[in-house]
Design a protein. Structure first.
Length: 347
């Protein structure tokens, strides 16, 4: 075989180095917050007789009513995570031709930071703006992991938002694990850590994070993807950033005590319970299922807190089948298509 005939080496995702990345990356602004967006699926096409007022954050003229096309998945990540957690799933959805976007929530990834004050209302406004943008292009189905599951449920409670269905994965705030309860109580060891007069060296913080992160997020720590672990540990580069995240997590746990109005959730809902989740107990998911009688429960004993990392193939198939079934009644998306929020502008 000559040099010109040799196949290009494959990257960790299975593509050759000359193969184009199917994930398109852009920066947009939602509810005043500039953030990064990962997107797959066919680019939107504007027909001759109409053009959506907002297409992927760009201003365009509107004539008549926009007619939504295929269902669109909006993927929301958890606390101290980013849209990159959905990359393995996005690549599989791209192969299947399923339109989907994953966004960095405010305060995480490459998004602008959260403002002082309550966190959930800021995240609500951001999530609503993403939904309204995507609703111009198709029926919106939400899938959220951890904090993203919380935001998906809260969006489903808002009947003014064009949400056709929700997949909630390990959403906290129902029957939580010992770790969540410990954070809520803010015990003496955490207070002492935050008050240390001499900060712990950054390399020590990172070394500890490299050991802890795989055990918290994966069902099997030894199978953790090294790139994903590095991405998580980069969130804790030093002592100051770690104490800030601890304080932020404590505030979020307090807000979760009154985070839900589940009687308002009327759209199709799949509750995913992960048997090896060390952050949100399996009992929490079962409790959510019991509180929303029309929901469906999916239990996987071999998944950890982030099943999109443990088993992206199964998660992508779940999202594909669910979005196809949940999005059949598309009247909601059609109604909102001509009323897209002015909050979404180009970043």
């Amino acid at each position: 075989m000559t040099a010109s005939q040799r196949p290009e080496p494959a990257d960790p995702g299975g593509r050759t180095t000359t193969e184009a990345d199917p994930i398109r990356v852009s920066f947009r602004r939602y509810a005043g917050v500039r953030t990064r967006v990962l997107e797959v699926g066919p680019p939107p096409v504007e027909s001759a007789d109409r053009a959506p007022r907002r297409v992927l954050g760009r201003r365009t003229a509107t004539r008549g009513h926009a007619k939504p096309t295929a269902p669109r998945l909006v993927l929301l990540h958890g606390y101290c995570d980013s849209a990159d957690t959905w990359r393995p799933v996005l690549e599989l959805l791209a192969t299947a031709g399923i339109p989907a976007v994953a966004v960095d929530l405010p305060g995480f990834g490459d998004a602008q930071p959260l403002r002082p004050g309550p966190m959930l209302p800021q995240l609500d406004a951001f999530t609503a703006a993403v939904i309204k943008e995507q609703a111009v292009l198709g029926t919106v189905v939400l899938a959220g992991n951890s904090l993203g599951g919380t935001m998906s449920l809260r969006a489903a409670e808002n009947h003014r938002l064009p949400v056709a269905g929700v997949v909630s994965i390990a959403a906290p705030g129902f029957v939580d694990s010992w770790l969540i309860r410990t954070m809520a109580r803010y015990p003496l060891p955490l207070r002492m850590y935050s008050a240390l007069p001499l900060p712990i060296p950054g390399f020590v913080v990172r070394a500890v994070a490299e050991q802890v992160v795989p055990r918290l997020l994966y069902a099997n720590a030894t199978a953790a993807d090294a790139d994903q672990v590095r991405r998580f540990t980069s969130l804790f580069p030093d002592y100051r950033s770690t104490t800030t995240r601890l304080e932020q997590a404590r505030q979020l746990v307090e807000e979760l005590t009154n985070a839900y109005r589940l009687e308002e959730v009327r759209v199709p809902l799949v509750v995913v319970v992960c048997g090896k989740d060390k952050l949100v107990s399996a009992a929490s998911g079962r409790r959510l299922h019991a509180l929303v009688p029309h929901s469906r429960l999916m239990v996987r004993e071999d998944w950890g807190h982030c099943p999109q990392l443990d088993d992206p193939v199964e998660i992508s198939e779940l999202l594909t089948y669910f979005s196809a079934s949940a999005s059949r009644p598309s009247k909601i998306a059609s109604r909102v298509a001509a009323e897209v929020s002015e909050d979404t502008v180009a970043g």
